[in-house]
Each structure stands twice: as structure tokens, then as C-alpha cells.
Design a protein around this ligand. Sequence first.
Ligand code: F6R
Length: 243
Amino acid sequence: MVIYKAKDYKDMSRKAANIISAQVIMKPSCVLGLATGSSPVGAYKQLIEWYKKGDLDFSEVKTVNLDEYKGLSKENNQSYYYFMYNQLFKHINIKLENTHIPNGIAEEEAAECERYNKTIHCLGGIDLQLLGIGHNGHIGFNEPNQAFEKNTHCVALTESTISANSRLFENAGEVPRFAYTMGIKTIMQAKKILVVVSGGDKAEIIKRAFTGPVTPSVPASILQMHNDVILVGDEDALSEILL
Ligand code: F6R
């Protein structure tokens, strides 16, 4: 694993955007695995800025997102599709038909999981997967568990995740209780993984995930087994693992 220490959130975002840009420049038709949440927003802003300057071209890029709330449609302003459209897709020249996110309102849960697995498989897998990490060590919505779930599945969100995500809703009662998420095997099959973390509140879980035992009770700990992980964190988030 390579660790880049950033001064602050802005610096972290710039470093992460540089790595994503390099991927897009080296392979214009690459498959990017994308995440929502607070951690990647700054990197998306930076990518948009570089695109507007003419330095980046997303016309052949394909994307697959990690997850989507079950029960929310694309048009719902709390859905991850809405987030991705507004934070990134509408500002760059990506073709919307090349962007993929689980369908939160699919009628059949199992069929939707199967469809999403196939989509990723048909794209040839993920070249670069961007990840944030939850306070309980979740990646995507793979919550602490007895075993690592391999493929796309529907999960019951934990109270800690519901309460962390409630900051984006009117109240905790509105946060969906279930979500579709890419599985750990699919994430681990990405050729390269880029983790972005900021803030002292993530320091403890970063220590457990990257220096503790590999265990499904800390899903991000599996990343220790991947041979090409880049961790970009600000000083506060890395304070427990770097001097
Ligand atoms: C988002 C996702 C989640 C977040 C994690 C951290 O698509 O899959 O695993 O990456 O909850 O969220 P933030 O970045 O808001 O701290």
C-alpha cells in the first residue's frame, strides 16, 4: 500500500484527483468505480475544473458506482444517482449511458443484484475503484459482518451508518434502512484502489483497518490483501498510523 499524506481536505482532494486523472489519461476508455459521501466531493470538483480547462476527456470513460439506497428513485434528491449526476456527471462530457448505479427502485431485489454484477462483468471489471471508509469500517455498504459478502447484495444498514448519513436528510427517520452495494469480491478485483479519508474522526478506524487483523468485522481491513491500494488522507485521518 502506498500512503500519501495531505495537509487538509483540499490537498487530499487534489492528490486524489491527480490519480484519477492519470488513469483517465492513460486509458481513456477506463472503468472507474465511484463513491458518494463527503470524502470524494472535493476530488470530483477538481476533476470538473480540469475538464473545464480542457485537460481531461471523459467521453469514453465508463463508471460503476458502489451503492444505492433501496427505495429511492434516480430523481429523489437523496439518491446516489442524484448525487453523482449533480456532483460530477452533469459537469463533464461523460455519456450518461456509460454511467452505472444500482437501481434503487428495481422490483426484484435478487434480479437487480444479478443485473448489476453482470454489468460490471461485461465492462471487463474496474480499473480504478475510489473508496471512502465509514466509521465502522464499511466500504460501499458492506457493513461489519461474520463473513465478507462477495457480489452485489442488498444490506440492512447499521444504526451507526444510518446516524452518520442522517446529516444529509431532514431527520434519521428518513434515511432508508436498506441499500444495494457492490460486494467485497468485486471491489477487491479492481485493478487499483484509491481510498480517500479526512478528519480526526476517521483516525481510529483507519488504524484498525490498515494495521489491525483482516476481519469481516472491519470490512475495509480486506484492503490489506490487495496489491495496489493507494491511501490518500489528511494529517488528522492518518494521525494514528503515521508519525
Ligand atoms: C458511498 C459509500 C460509503 C462512504 C462511507 C464514507 O458511496 O459507499 O461507504 O464512502 O460511508 O462516507 P463519507 O465520505 O461521507 O465519510
